[in-house]
Write a protein that binds this ligand. Structure first.
Ligand code: MSP
Length: 470
């Protein structure tokens, strides 16, 4: 089966940070899992390069916007590579092909777009229009960006969300468009009820950096119009028939941007007469010691430093197991180090070393029986409960360690109980090979190493420990 998975495209107004890793890692795990099940999987990634924030930042730095966005987009590509995340399609929203396709999308949905005067508030940090109610609740200052909302009075185009509100509510309520986790789905349903039509353009005089509205050179598309369209323009829409891959199997987004994906995006798709994505998975935030990471607090963790400390799989391990898939979770260096030493090095690294040594020292022949994928594991993965599936897998790693301690193969060897020794080591090796399959979407490089020790001819312990203790 052909399947399509998407990731949110980050703004390029800074370096990749630790939160950006979430979309990539989750999408990668799911893609690897689907591939393991025999599917043909396409994964999109990219960079969101328009909008006032980016334009202002480039101006501040005194470099050309083109150059600025190119430099930063490249940094994201490097970051994705460091995470060992594989994508098949990469989009930059400044690609001329994307811009042209966006304009065609606009033309096709123009029956649902009208022009009107906008008077109200905007946050350039969030790149969104803010309701009066929110402004007064927050005393005029964006809590996420600690910046005063800007008062706008301008002519804009609006997308008539009201044309599709009922249809979207029905799709989400019935699960036709599955929003995960359940508590976010409830929040979103409430939000849609109250959602007014949304502004989808800005006057060029206020935002010179964006895709031009067809037949109105004075107006530029609102950055979210252009950004959301990436999910289909990257597949070639509308020039190419995308029905092999669209609707997407899963779209991964952070909780802060679920609203755009669950309101504006479905409205665009319905106006285009395209099916809605099957699932939107909304993940939580990575916090530093319980607090939002921010430059002003000075608690921003540099992801490259984490990657360099113990390598890619240690990073993936922490972010996929100890950061909950759906709710906010903490990163601290202390927790990361503990997880590395106690779990990766002890539970897994030692197990591989120990078992391979026992097998090779006692010259035991191992027959692999080729166990299928564990049902409980598949159930969790199919529900996008990745951190739970990883926990479950880790429980299996620990079970093998327990079994070694109970069976004491070294005692069997000493007592000359060869038959029993062979049976026990065969059972252990088969369990590890089967657990290794479950590990592979999470820790692909480590899983490959384990497979090369146990599944490729003569078994000899790895020369270097998989996770050297530090
Ligand atoms: N450009 C938009 C997305 C457009 S998608 C059509 C955007 N960019 S962003 O750079 O602000 O965020 C990119 C992704 O990173 C989002 O999914 C966002 O939720 C996620 N995260 C940003 N900070 C995060 C954390 N601290 N923790 C987890 N994810 C976070 O929004």
């Amino acid at each position: 089966m052909k399947k399509y998975i998407t990731t949110a495209i980050p703004y390029v107004n800074g370096d990749p940070h630790i939160g950006h890793a979430m979309d990539y890692c989750l999408a990668d795990v799911y893609a690897r899992y689907l591939k393991m099940k025999g599917n043909e999987v396409r994964v999109q990634a990219g960079t969101d390069e328009h909008g006032s924030k980016i334009y202002q930042k480039a101006e501040e730095l005194g470099i050309s916007v083109d150059e600025y966005v190119k430099q930063n987009s490249d940094k994201f590509k490097e970051f994705i590579a460091k995470l060992n995340v594989k994508y098949t399609d990469f989009i930059r929203t400044t690609d001329p092909e994307h811009e042209r396709r966006c304009q065609e999308i606009w033309r096709r949905i123009s029956d649902h777009i009208y022009k009107a005067e906008y008077e109200g508030w905007y946050c350039t940090g969030c790149e969104r229009f803010i309701t009066d109610k929110e402004v007064s609740e927050n005393n005029g200052i964006c809590p996420d960006h600690q910046k005063a909302y800007e008062k706008l009075s301008e002519e804009n185009y609006y997308l008539r969300i009201s044309d599709y509100k009922e249809r979207i509510i029905e799709a989400i309520s019935s699960g036709e468009l599955l929003i995960l986790p359940e508590f976010r789905k409830k929040e979103i349903l409430k939000l849609i009820e109250d959602s007014p039509d949304v502004s989808v353009s800005r006057p060029r005089s206020h935002l010179p950096w964006g895709v031009e509205v067809p037949n109105d050179p004075e107006q530029v598309m609102y950055v979210w119009m252009d950004a959301l369209s990436n999910y289909i323009t990257v597949l070639g829409y509308p020039d190419v028939d995308i029905s092999d891959y669209w609707p997407a199997e899963a779209q991964f987004v952070g909780k802060d941007i679920l609203r755009f994906h669950a309101i504006i995006w479905p409205a665009i798709l319905l106006a285009l007469n395209l099916p809605l994505p099957k699932t939107i998975v909304s993940h939580g935030f990575v916090l530093a010691d319980g607090q939002k990471m921010s430059k002003s607090i000075g608690n921003v963790v540099n992801p490259v430093e984490v990657l360099e400390k113990h390598g890619t799989d240690a990073f993936r391990y922490y972010f996929l197991r100890h950061i909950d898939t759906f709710s906010d979770s903490d990163f601290t260096w202390d927790k990361f180090e503990k997880a590395y030493n106690n779990e990766l090095a002890n539970d897994l690294g030692n197990l591989v070393q120990r078992l391979a040594t026992l097998i090779s020292k006692n010259d035991v022949e191992i027959k692999l029986v080729g166990l299928g994928l564990d049902d409980e594991f598949s159930k969790l993965m199919n529900k996008f409960e990745f951190s739970k599936a990883f926990d479950y897998t880790w429980g299996k790693v620990q079970d093998i360690n327990k079994k070694i301690d109970e069976e004491k193969p070294w005692v069997l060897a000493k007592n000359g109980e060869t038959e029993k020794l062979e049976k026990v080591l065969n059972e252990l090796a088969n369990s590890l090979v089967s657990v290794n399959k479950m590990l592979s979407p999470f820790l692909p490089a480590t899983s490959k190493k384990i497979a090369s020790v146990f599944e490729e001819g003569e078994i000899t312990p790895p020369r270097e420990p998989l996770f050297p203790k530090q």
